[in-house]
Design a protein around this ligand. Sequence first.
Ligand SMILES: [Fe+2]
Ligand SMILES: [Fe+2]
Length: 477
Amino acid sequence: MTASTSVDLNAKIPNNIGLAHDTKLRRALEKWLPNYLEWWNDMGPTDFADKPVYLRTAVSVSTDGWAHYEHVKMPDYRWGIFLNPRDPSESQIRCGDDAGKPAWHEVPGEYRNALRRIIVTQADTEPASVEQQRLLGHMAPSLYDMRNLFQVNVEEGRHLWAMVYLLHKYFGRDGRDEADELLNRRSGDPDKPRILGAFNQPCDHWLSFFAFTMFTDRDGKYQLAALAESGFDPLARTTEFMLTEEAHHLFVGQTGLQRIIQRTAQLEKLDPNGDVRAQGGIDFDLIQRTINYWFTYSLDLFGGEVSNNAADFFGSGLKGRFREMKKYDDHKAITGTYRLPHVEGGVLVDKDIPLRNAMNAVLRDEYITDCERALRKWNKVLEQEGVSRRLTLPNPRFHRHQGIYAGHHFNPEGELISADEFEANQPKWLLVPADNEYLISIMKPVYEPGKFANWIAPPTRGIEGQPAEFEYVKLHD
Ligand SMILES: [Fe+2]
Ligand SMILES: [Fe+2]
């Protein structure tokens, strides 16, 4: 049975999954709803619950006009469940041993544990990021940026709904338990942390927020894209719709960093000694350290470069490559290899590993190419501003906690170094507490419509055709 694609917006939980006719599922989700709202009130953005925010809400699954914009108080946001429509002819297993066979509309027994693990791991990142960002409204550089933060937050909440739907609908008792646990873990909590490392790192100022949405949300894009190629049809269709929302999160990160970079270039020219901090700005070294920090934590999210799990997920058709159907001809990937330098006896030695075992690295390479595109844009801005500084991505071996390079030490160029040398250079290469203190000290909130903090350039345009001076968050009503 395929889910209906018509959208029921008036239901308690807006949806296009025919919830009105699925009493059991509806009851389960309606029971979960108050727990979700309690989590949102406890762990969502602090203190702005009664302020109307100019938010977009998903109201349809058609490619044009899927969203509606209006001022809404965040707790009143209509979190819904939406699956992308899919032509039944496209509904097939797209990779692995059974590529080309019909897709699954129920969970195959032999893949039940693997699928549940994939879904729970993705689901856990959604509330985690909301928790990481909950204090940022208090230091927003403008109402425009504050609105973007809250937009990202409510949509991460909706992404949690998207995943919890799958758990409730397809995984019975275990699924319900997992859905409850998703509201019990907390980002950074020593006893009940979120599952993945980057989602337990503090994100306590806007430089980290923009770097997080640029680099960590972008990992999300690639994970979702890999799941959109899944042979489990409901997972493929739900992640496909999540990607439409995700694009804005990446826009927020990429343009946010770009506006800081532009402003830094301007402040450097403005100051008689080229001292950006003397002008209250964010110097290029600090921006570079932030890129190094969040880029490398985000690389860890792809998992080990050599991975039996990755081979199993691909081989069984649960998780494909980025644009599996469009980019590749051979969907079985039984014969190919992937060359990867390994550390052996204190030096790097190239080794060829079977392609299926390298699927995490294959997906990660697509991600890196995408990040490089953004770096090129930022460096273009620096060129246009007439400053000589350029920003770079560190080598993927640098500062890793997962995969074959974890436990070794590299400099940002990817050369093996000693633990002592790494330790001594940390303040030069990575965000350190003194950086965070400085950033927090300059991030005073700017709540006047059309005004922007001194350390960031205004955006080139507003949201949904509105001007920059539009009252994106109504703080004074
Ligand atoms: Fe998300
Ligand atoms: Fe996101």
